[in-house]
Design a binder for this molecule. Structure first.
Ligand code: APR
Length: 311
């Protein structure tokens, strides 16, 4: 039996995620959206690229959830994208309702699925999905750190004119302005970047990483990034479906790790067929720990707003 992945939200991120999953033959894909015709049309269009690209994966577009039954992974991208001048946090309440309803409907039909959240504000949407689904924390994971790290890796590779593949980076914390790029754990083929760049350059690239989402929004004007977010979500889905056990920075629900409780924060995790198979608690230096704490406080503030509004 082929694996099955449901992608909720057939917009820019969702459609690209669905297409990449099919093209890599990771699973059959069900694409869900509230707008009539859009998931059906995009799904059919993707399917018609299968003979040309040479992949065998079914893609079904739908406005309902019947077809999603028995999914191994559910990727939630449904929501409103960030507009210029709008912070991720402005999206909070609007996207809460969307993620709540998508989660309820999906988990009813796929009670054993692993949920991968993409909708922003990410850490708060993960919290919403965890609470609504009642799933264990191993099966609710947020996509943020892979994307933030990919941006940092891109900027470093460009700066040094080296292969993008050679750059490894670790960005922790919330998916927002307080994210924590860990310079100490960032290297080019094992060479720490501090050996390759001066502090001023590193600081500039760290800041560009923090502003990475906004930089794309500024160009696009009417939407937010989607190629790199989709690629990042697919890397997580692939590690889960193939049980690759990749170690990736993902938003995970912490129960005391890093001194943080009952919040989703980006940390290094091992992703395999059970979802999060391990949370790595690396020893941080004082400044790194302080930055992570500050980032967690920002996530905590959002969750407090949500709790007040929705209870
Ligand atoms: N159920 C299913 N789909 C929904 C729902 C819902 N309740 N509400 C909205 N949608 C759909 C919209 O119809 C739209 O097709 O979600 C899709 C969102 O797509 P885009 O507007 O293109 O947004 P996108 O760029 O894909 O971003 C989606 O990912 O990276 C984050 O910040 C981004 O939160 C945003 C999300």
């Amino acid at each position: 039996m082929p694996k099955k992945v449901t992608v909720i939200g057939a917009g820019n991120v969702g459609a690209n995620t669905a297409q990449k999953i099919a093209a890599k033959e990771l699973a059959d894909v069900v694409l869900v959206d509230v707008v009539e015709g859009v998931p059906q049309g995009k799904g059919l269009d993707m399917l018609e690229s299968a003979p040309v690209e040479g992949y065998d994966a079914r893609i079904t577009g739908t406005n309902g959830y019947e077809e999603t039954a028995g999914s191994d992974v559910v990727v939630i991208t449904a929501g409103f994208p960030r507009k210029p001048g709008m912070s991720r946090d402005d999206l909070l309440l609007a996207n809460y309702e969307v993620v709540k309803s998508a989660t309820e409907q999906a988990v009813k039909r796929s009670p054993n699925a692993i949920l991968v959240l993409v909708t922003n504000p990410l850490d708060a949407m993960c919290w919403t999905a965890l609470k609504v689904s009642g799933f264990p924390r191993e099966r609710v994971i947020g996509m943020a750190g892979v994307l933030d790290s990919a941006r940092f890796r891109t900027f470093i590779a460009e700066e040094l004119n080296v292969s993008f593949e050679n750059v490894t980076a670790m960005v922790l914390g919330g998916h927002g302005d307080t994210m924590v790029p860990l310079v100490r754990f960032t290297n080019v083929s094992g060479i720490p970047i501090s050996e390759l760049m001066d502090k001023g350059t590193i600081d500039r690239l760290v800041q560009r990483t923090r502003d990475g989402g906004a930089e794309v929004v500024k160009y696009l004007k009417t939407g937010s990034a989607y190629y790199a977010p989709a690629a990042s979500a697919v890397e997580m889905v692939e590690s889960i479906l193939k049980d690759k056990k990749k170690v990736l920075p993902c938003a995970a629900y912490l129960n005391g790790e890093y001194g943080i409780r009952e919040l989703f924060v980006g940390v290094p995790v091992k992703l395999g067929k059970s979802g999060i198979e391990k949370i790595y608690e690396i020893k941080l230096q004082d400044d790194e720990q302080a930055a992570l704490k500050k980032s967690a406080e920002a996530v905590h503030e959002l969750i407090s707003v949500l709790k007040q509004k929705v209870q």
